[in-house]
Design a protein around this ligand. Sequence first.
Ligand code: SF4
Length: 743
Amino acid sequence: MTQSPRSVRSQCPYCGVGCGLELLPPAEKGRAVRRDAEGNPMWTARGDRQHPSNLGQVCIKGATVGETLASGRLRQPLFRSSFSDDFEPISWDDALERITKQMACSLERRGNANGIAMYGSGQFHTEDYYVAQKLMKGALGTNNFDANSRLCMSSAVAGYTQSLGSDGPPCCYDDLDHCKVAFLIGTNTAECHPVLFQRLLKRKKRNPGSLKIVVVDPRRTDTAKAADIHLPIAPGSDLALLHGIAHLILRENGQDPAFIDDHTENYEAFFDVVARWTPRRVARFCNLPEKRLREVAQLFHHRETVLSLWSMGVNQRREGTAVVSGLINLHLLTGQIGKEGAGPFSLTGQPNAMGGREAGGLSHLLPGYRLVANDQHRQVVEQAWNLPAGSIAAEPGLAAWQQIEAMERGELDLWWVAATNPLVSMPDLDRVKAAMSKCPLVVVSEAYADSETSHYAHLLLPAAQWSEKAGAMTNSERRVTYCPAYRRRFGESRPDWEVFAEVGRRLGFEKQFCFNSAADVYAEFAQLTRGRLCDMSGLSHALLSEEGPQQWPFPSESTTPCESKRLYTDRRFATPSGRARFCINQPLGLAEPPCDTYPLVLTVGRYLGQWHTMTRTGKAERLRAMHPEPLLEIHPVDAQELKLIHGELAAISSRRGHITAKVKVTDRIRSGSVFLPMHWGFTQDNACEANTLMHDQACPISKQPELKACAVIVAPAVSVVKPVEQEKGRLETLRRLLTPTLP
Ligand code: SF4
């Protein structure tokens, strides 16, 4: 591949679009070297024109990533025996000794490894994921390895698996260029996956009649503003909407009888359920004019090509799996799957959530889309890892929120958090803090010193981050990109996979963890995918860096990029029967609906210029200037009734806590709902911990918490209480420990 002299290519480390970036070194173009606030030279990022996923396009987050890599970094391991002590620097040897000792004590005390848990991240490279879960599931024998993808994509995983027989998004980004209808539900694509949304918009501008955009969202987001049809449904009513659309498709004979007969099962049961979701009933449930429902239903027809896109608005629900399956049902009903421009397509929130799914990065998974509960799957993996039969536990381990509950009960002796910041992203944050204070050893592997979670750690391990370590990431369209190490590691930081492997060796598994490089790790992982739906046994670091990004499936027999961009083009699905399955669920609505005491629904979301918990994007001046503070959006009617004034402070309370935020009166939000961004944790200026208010109720199948909605009451704030001062005090202590940055 050609590139500018000295530039390198990689994948953007933010959202799941997974754009290719071209990174230019600080002195490129003969200009003066740009430096960040701490004087570190900054690399410049631009879109990689040769990357098939974004063709040179990039959003402001990707474009500014070079400004965020060196400031505020954690330089060396730090330890304290209690949260009230100050951190002291320690050696890596000492740090690893403390971890293995605690693991050994826990094993001895409990007779098993269930007192140990790890919480990883869609920010991991696939290699980090693979070694982490091998350490936990293989060496220690506990499946207590979960990741923040649980909060992000696990409903999509469960929905695909229930309906199609396996995880794995069937579509690709080229489908955006071929669909006649883009049906966007529970996704603010314009702000959260901007490069994909711009691709849709450009197409529509070029040829307005070629594409209809439908957006289903209680809020009039930037995505909804660009839609041909916006359905501002009542929060939590999406499954009823999908059943209503199915009802009307059937009434209008828009279904594909041949596809249903030849390639699906459970159709009769599905028919019986949706027959009861009449347009009138659905319109009432969704608080929507019947006419709008009919308009949308007419677009779903077996002769059209419909591409459905979704993300957190669907997944972060206590009926998340049911809604995903409800959406897939529409595609099965109309045969809109496995062909150009059509299919159900989940957009991942994180750059490598997909890689995590492939590598066994959730507590019920094993590498290669295998399941811990499947005897045969465990056997294959145990053999590959050269471990005795029975080494891998047959029960799924603790999922993300279950790990918090286990700490609350005093059942965890060690909680290891890596590359994620649960003290902003989990629900009910005060409960998470209290739970962490009960765990005798909280280890946090982090690139940055001042993440909120660092303040509740005993042991901080400096992590080499993206740009400083080599590895692979898979984006939403199943495209794997090699991400090289192009900057020197900061201070004593180490790649996460190296740390996990070292712990494995110290526990006595020298042979299983004798990797010499990330390429070795990837080679072992890739072989474990052979013959599976996500077969990437033909991929290697060498091939990816020489040939560029590749989509899977890419079996080892492949000498050229895989022919099929799409899954299920042969209409044979991954279920035992080979038929896709109509899944039937009755709509339940929100787990915590509004009531007299808490009359409004709070929904949380994201801003274009910030990403997740701001650990990295909070360091870019341009991004901070774009969104200087979090704003509570409220409809003018509600604001008037509650005596809230635009620009003044409001107190927002739920059953779990209270926060304050500045009011923005706007008709972007429907009356009865309010909106807050989720990014700001207690270390940020203008802190506003929106997830403090959220409840922990989760989808029983995917275990994904309903982070999208809870009931709140809002009132003018008479004074601003700053409960975060204690944490800020700790932050100052931590900052004092940051030694001068490298030249
Ligand atoms: S759209 Fe996502 S992957 Fe692409 S540059 Fe922006 S943040 Fe990065």
